[in-house]
Ligand binder design. Structure first.
Ligand code: 4AD
Ligand code: MG
Length: 430
């Protein structure tokens, strides 16, 4: 009977066949220990000289890393194994012998590994990160579907920028100029007016010349948008959603978190509500913490975010930033027009901003004024303005960066390991 490593528990005591690759190997005299991987997980297979034909034993002993095979044997309980079982092999059918696999168990430099990303993905560590990424996506769909949201797919080729014009990828669209989407938000606002509560999950592009641990050129964003929801209600949705995602990973990715040696005690406490601090108070806090030069009106960099996050053991919302440093569509705080109804959610442990969100301007005249102030001319946005003309309502939304969220939950230093094929400042290969 054919099975997979993820399912071996159901086959205890039985003889099964698994399609697998050789991840690693150890052998001595009369026994060989094969570390198998099959995509669903990792498992040890024990080949004892006395249990198999001489041919099979020689095959096992000489098998090279990443060779592929069908391997048959009995599944037995093994308390030391992370999955609780191992295989006692009776037969091996080699599919292909891999010669000189470039990634060996020794240490390799990051650039080398990035050049071999198509193979590096097979490693135990990368496998664990991709499984956690997958669980975050699964939990996201579950959360929004369970809460009555409709998934909507905004276009990727767009005629107008959503988040400022300096970080746009330009491309030709026949005779017109087009851009790769920086955010689906504007289209999601239109969709929210049609469907009430919507969310998207898709790739977004920023032509940012940043070379930090937190920046990708192409990254995936989850963007919910809700009609009749104000800023405070949106914050409650954000904290509930993020808590749900973290608890889902804790529940469903135990083996992977263990592989990555993630300190899970820091994740267990991630439960709504999350603390909030206003931009005004954050400036004061930073001054107390020794950032004596910072002045009201300046944007926060990574060191500022990390310093603020250190004061809290959960993600923290920094609310009501100066309008000057935020996007054109954010609604001013009533009675205090120089700040806007927005929040960035800063992850703990120095992982930085994972969400940017706001209540949107719903007044047509104010929106028109903002357009002029931001020099957004032409009719590319005519449709967006019309949303404020026909039954405008209070509405809010936010964008969660998937890769930064994976980095935080999985405890990964650099976002380049949190996406299958990262697009970085100097990397388009593989
Ligand atoms: O704060 P941002 O730019 O917000 C927006 O795009 C809004 N339109 C979202 C909305 O309200 N619908 O981006 C949102 C999140 C950030 O908090 C961050 O997690 C992630 O996207 N992000 C990046 N992740 C990786 N690399 C980059 N270059 C990123 N830029 C933003
Ligand atoms: Mg932001």
């Amino acid at each position: 009977m054919k099975t997979t490593i993820a399912n071996v528990a159901k086959s205890e005591g039985k003889i099964v066949t698994i399609g697998a690759w050789l991840a690693n190997k150890r052998s001595s005299g009369k026994i060989a220990f094969l570390q198998l991987r099959d995509g669903t997980g990792f498992m040890q297979a024990v080949v004892a000289k006395n249990d198999v034909s001489e041919e099979t034993f020689q095959l096992a002993k000489n098998m090279t890393q990443e060779s592929s095979m069908y391997i048959t044997g009995t599944i037995v309980e093994d308390k030391r194994s992370p999955i609780g079982y191992e295989m006692h092999v009776t037969e091996i059918e080699l599919i292909q012998e891999a010669v000189d696999y470039p990634i060996t168990p020794k240490e390799h430099g990051t650039e080398f590994l990035m050049d071999h990303r198509h193979l590096w993905l097979r490693s135990k560590r990368q496998h664990a990160i991709m499984k956690i990424r997958n669980e975050i996506i699964r939990a996201t769909y579950q959360y929004f579907h369970d809460n009555g949201y409709v998934k909507v797919d905004p276009p990727i080729l767009t005629g107008a920028s959503a988040e400022g014009t300096t970080e746009l990828f330009h491309t030709k669209y026949f005779d017109e100029e087009a851009y790769l989407s920086q955010s689906g938000q504007l289209y999601l606002e239109a969709a929210a007016m049609a469907l009430g509560k919507v969310f998207s999950f898709g790739p977004t592009f920023r032509a940012e010349k940043s070379k930090t641990r937190r920046h990708l050129i192409e990254f995936w964003m989850i963007e919910p948008e809700m009609a009749f929801v104000d800023h405070e209600e949106s914050l409650q949705i954000q904290e509930e959603y993020v808590s749900f995602v973290v608890q889902s990973v804790l529940k469903n990715c135990k083996i992977e978190l263990n592989t990555l040696e993630r300190d899970t005690s820091k994740l267990e406490s991630i439960q709504a509500p999350f603390p909030r601090i206003s931009y005004d108070d954050a400036i004061e806090l930073l001054k107390e913490k020794g950032f004596t030069d910072i002045e009201w009106g300046e944007d926060f960099g990574a060191p500022h975010e990390t310093a603020i996050a250190e004061s809290f053991d959960k993600p923290v919302f920094i609310t009501n930033y100066p309008a000057e440093i935020k996007a054109f569509y954010m609604k001013p705080v009533p009675g205090r027009e120089e700040v806007v109804l927005c929040a960035d959610l800063i992850a703990p442990e120095g992982y930085g901003e994972i969400i940017g969100g706001s209540q949107r301007i719903d007044d047509l005249e104010l929106m028109q004024k903002q357009y002029e102030a931001h020099e957004l001319t032409g009719d590319a946005y005519a449709w967006y303005l019309e949303l404020r003309k026909y039954g405008s309502v209070p509405h809010s939304g936010f964008g969660l960066g998937l890769e930064r969220t994976v980095a935080w939950i999985a405890g990964i230093d650099h976002v380049r390991e949190t996406i299958p094929f990262p697009r970085l400042l100097n990397r388009l290969y593989p």
